[in-house]
Write a protein of this length. Structure first.
Length: 141
């Protein structure tokens, strides 16, 4: 092989080496960009999961609040009615109408039973929520 051919081959090798270096650099940049994209995707996935958990927790909390509010409404309504019944009983007794007062007293006692029932119902809802919380593994105290 003559010197001209050697020089030509050497120049070709240098050119291929330079192109390979450029290609490697481009591949490294592409690899870095893909790694960053994967990291960003994982972070977004984690955030999405957290958002979904919070939305579920919000729905659950709303449902529990509704379930507790329902018996509390009954308790409040019957307590208000009992207050009115007590006033009516006082009036009937003042008028000497013991029969009417006894009927109103029966209504008052019935309402009191309903207040107790709904109070127990609200307490049982809270108790179930607490027992479920106790069954959740790795809960935070």
């Amino acid at each position: 092989m003559d010197d001209g051919a050697k020089t030509s081959l050497l120049n070709a090798c240098k050119k291929v080496d330079e192109e390979l270096t450029i290609f490697r650099s481009a591949m490294q940049k592409s690899d870095d960009a893909l790694r960053q994209s994967l990291e960003d995707l994982r972070a977004a996935q984690t955030q999405l999961i957290q958002s979904e958990k919070m939305a579920t927790l919000g729905e659950l909390t709303s449902g529990i609040a509704h379930e507790i509010q329902n018996p509390l409404n009954f308790i409040n309504n019957f307590a208000e009615v009992n207050s009115e019944l007590a006033d009516e009983i006082t009036k009937e007794l003042a008028l000497g109408n013991t029969g009417a007062a006894k009927e109103l007293l029966t209504d008052l006692q019935d309402n009191n039973g309903k207040i107790c029932f709904h109070g127990i119902r609200a307490a049982s809802i809270v108790k179930v929520c607490c027992s479920i919380h106790g069954q959740i593994p790795n809960r935070r105290n």
